[in-house]
Design a protein. Sequence first.
Length: 548
Amino acid sequence: MASLAPGQSRPAAPSAAATYDAVIIGAGFAGLYQLLTLRDKLGLKARVLEAGDGVGGTWYWNRYPGARCDSESYYYSYSFSDEVQQEWSWSERYPEHGEIRRYLNFVADKFDLKRDIQFNTRVASAEYDAAANLWRLRTEAGESLSARFLITAVGCLSSANIPNIAGLERFSGQWYHTGRWPQEGVDFTGKRVGLIGTGSTGIQAAPVIAAQAAHLTVFQRTANYSIPARNGPVGPEELREIKANYAAIREKARGSTNGHPFDIAEDSPLDLDEPARLARYEAAWERGGLRFRAAFRDLLTNKAANDTASDFIRAKIRTIVRDPRVAEMLTPKDHPFATKRPPIDTEYFETFNRDNVTLVDIKATPIESITPTGIRTSEAEYPLDIIVFATGFDAMTGPLLAIDIRGRDGLSLREAWSAGPRTYLGLQVAGFPNMFTITGPGSPSVLTNMPVAIEQHVDWITACIGHMRRQGLQRIEARPEAAERWVAHVNEAANATLLPLANSSWYLGANVPGKPRVFMPYAGGMANYARRCAEVAANDYEGFVLAR
Ligand code: NAP
């Protein structure tokens, strides 16, 4: 069995068919906080099942070179405990994956959570037993558990998308997916490395790999926009100020569109003359980070406004990249800025000025196969020792559908979602009583700073279960008609933005062959969404059936 992380205690394995009030799947940000609230606030018997051998969720698996958060550390963190906020000190503006794991271990140890987390346990199936009003779970190791409530905290980006490229099994070198990175790391020294994928992950990894490898070949299907992160240490003065102002910072994040504690400008780039507009963009570029999107109010709703931002970034790419042919290949043309999740970077475009880096346009010259010694495109063969797949995830629905989840009358979640995910508020699926999906499809989730969305969901679920226990209620289930109305509203919210214009976005499921194209997250804004959830609860959980 794998060794324990510092401070980790090994929980006893449950006896056959152990019964819990709640089983939570996943021990990332969501699962840890959900365990804490159910166990310590409501006094429930709760257990977390976690596939990894430590806490961390996405940060447990994503240890690829350059992996760090692209929301800023001081607000990519829990807000529920002022003690945690005051005791923990972030070292960098954008925390690196190891620092986030240390933070989550600190939280888990502080609240003694690990005794109720069963590590190295992957859930194979979960079936609702209507007669007993219980969820019956089986793990891949064959253990059985049952619980009144099933809460999925599986993350939105945890099911790796490994493209089906002919010949991979014959490759004689090593290959890795960034979302399943070996804990011991990978040494690129002296190696010829091929990197497939130029999303947030590939864009973070490329500069770090290039600095170590003998040669890096980047296989790009779609050119991407990226904003400089401007990472750096957080100084003691800044840290003091953040800690002194946490209440206001959190309030601002919760009241925002996307969970970030900063203001979005109130004007449009179309209101300004060109010098003033460019000056605004320059300042935003210099400050760096996802906040670039807040330079104007309508970058995601008005195509003409967005064009000014897209053109600004295209011009930056042409300035940074010395070879005009390479700069042209790196210039995004087929989607407006930020309609795919925008990456932020540390010297990504500069990396293509290095002598040991080659860019291959695989839209123009597609990959035909992986050979024993490298990658063959329609034009050339690239000899490689290591292939890195930064090819993303079967997002949002993938991690849920990887478990055989069955609701009433044996209806599988896969069947229920055959035309795309259908939820009520992203919290429940009709036909799946007492199952809650933290940051499920149909909730703001990935369009926000995740801890804000997670805390809102966990608090809502906890309040709901608390209400049920006080009222002697045993079952809660979304009404199909409420779910239908919510799905229509989710579509409406997406269509009010430019987001659906990016054809190959994972928001739409378009990156996974055969996946239904449905805009999955809720684009109506975090604060609006939280208000709606609160109204639903206040109106006696309208849209849900509650039963004894
Ligand atoms: P992604 O955004 O889905 O990007 C995957 C890349 O792989 C794209 O360039 C895609 O090309 C390419 N690709 C996919 N299948 C391919 C195939 N069969 N052949 C060739 N290329 C293929 O995935 P990601 O970069 O892992 O990022 C996913 C999300 O994770 C991000 O959007 C972000 O929300 C999150 N993330 C966050 C951080 C952070 O906080 N620091 C870091 C990394 C990721 P196409 O564009 O043509 O599909």
